[in-house]
Design a protein around this ligand. Structure first.
Ligand SMILES: Cc1cc2nc3c(=O)[nH]c(=O)nc-3n(C[C@H](O)[C@H](O)[C@H](O)COP(=O)(O)O)c2cc1C
Ligand code: SF4
Ligand code: SF4
Length: 298
């Protein structure tokens, strides 16, 4: 069994998807699998096609099964991850294996069309989608709410899901790759509202435009550089002792990671007003369970 190799490619601005990837890796390693977790976030190459391809060519190890993990943004797959998938080299080319499994973390509002989008994009690269899963996680928009959404998640509650996916991978190893079905077309079971919202937002570039910008209070900023190190788009720098947006920066993707990691509370955005609409959508959506594995079965 240990000859079957697994790579987990992950884009995780806020760190939740990376936590889920590490949990999945731990569950798989416990079964004797070799697992590589490759976090493209830290390399800050996600927005540059050439650098991204170069990075992947250098870093990805030979694998039989490729997991690709990303956050849900606006009821759909984060657009940078969608592009990453579209740029992936074809399977059979060097280290790249034929089997794949997308997964998302989501904030408990709606996971929308994200898994179906990821699966369709992976299938279009010539891969076979053999399983997929979603993991409920902390929602950064609730950082300043009196009761944050899913604090500390993913954590122990995701354990059963991780065991189930390791079981499924063990089953797959014993099967002929040719006999495995591609499950993409079974992933359409999304409630109507998030399906409509996700289908709309997947056609317009709202991720950079819908949300409020993060403001820095220069008197509170200590110039520690934590936000600079964590911005996945490398937009920030320390100028005259204060975190500042670079002159030639890309548009902000509004991941709010800089806000989340700032140790001195120098960053502000005012996310309180999002509570009403998000909680209303969460109620209407009624998307349960929060953690789920899809293997194409009934
Ligand atoms: C810009 C933005 C949009 C989001 N949209 C949704 C959403 O539509 N539904 C949802 O449940 N969570 C949403 N979330 C929450 C994230 O999906 C969730 O926190 C995810 O785990 C973040 O992953 P990361 O920490 O790996 O970046 C959104 C978060 C951000 C920053
Ligand atoms: S500047 Fe924008 S893209 Fe960078 S960490 Fe902050 S919110 Fe995310
Ligand atoms: S993390 Fe906060 S204190 Fe540190 S440089 Fe960024 S804004 Fe300033």
């Amino acid at each position: 069994m240990s000859a079957f190799r697994i790579a987990i490619l992950v884009f995780s601005p806020g760190g939740n998807t990376l936590t889920a990837a590490r949990m999945a890796a731990a569950a798989l390693e416990e079964r004797g699998f070799q697992v590589q977790v490759l976090d493209v976030t830290a390399a800050k190459v996600i927005a540059d096609r050439e650098k991204l391809l170069q990075y992947l060519a250098q870093e990805i190890k030979p694998h039989d099964l490729l997991f690709v993990g990303a956050p849900v943004y606006e009821n759909r797959l984060d657009k940078f991850t969608l592009r990453l998938i579209q740029h992936l080299p074809q399977p059979g080319n060097g280290p790249w294996g034929k089997l794949c499994a997308p997964f998302v973390t989501w904030g408990g509002v709606t996971s929308g069309i994200s898994l179906h989008q990821a699966a369709k994009a992976l299938r279009a690269t010539g891969r076979k989608v053999v399983m997929t899963f979603k993991v409920e996680a902390f929602h950064v928009f609730s950082l300043e709410w009196p009761e944050p959404l899913n604090p500390g998640m993913p954590g122990e509650e995701a354990g059963p899901l991780m065991s189930a996916l390791a079981d499924r991978v063990s089953d797959i190893v014993g099967m002929e790759a040719e006999s495995l079905p591609d499950i993409t077309d079974t992933l359409t079971d999304t409630p109507l509202l998030p399906k409509l919202v996700g289908a709309f937002t997947s056609r317009v570039p709202t991720q950079e435009y819908t949300y409020k910008s993060v403001k820095v209070d220069p008197d509170t900023c200590t110039g520690c550089g934590t936000c600079v190190r964590r911005c996945p788009l490398d937009r920030l720098e320390i100028r005259e002792g204060t975190a500042t947006v670079k002159a030639d920066a890309l548009r902000c993707m509004h991941c709010y990671t800089c806000l989340r990691v700032c140790p001195s509370g120098a960053r502000r955005v005012g996310l309180a007003g999002m509570r009403g609409p998000l909680m209303a959508l969460r109620k209407l959506n009624n998307e349960h369970p929060g953690n789920a594995l899809y293997t194409g079965g009934a």
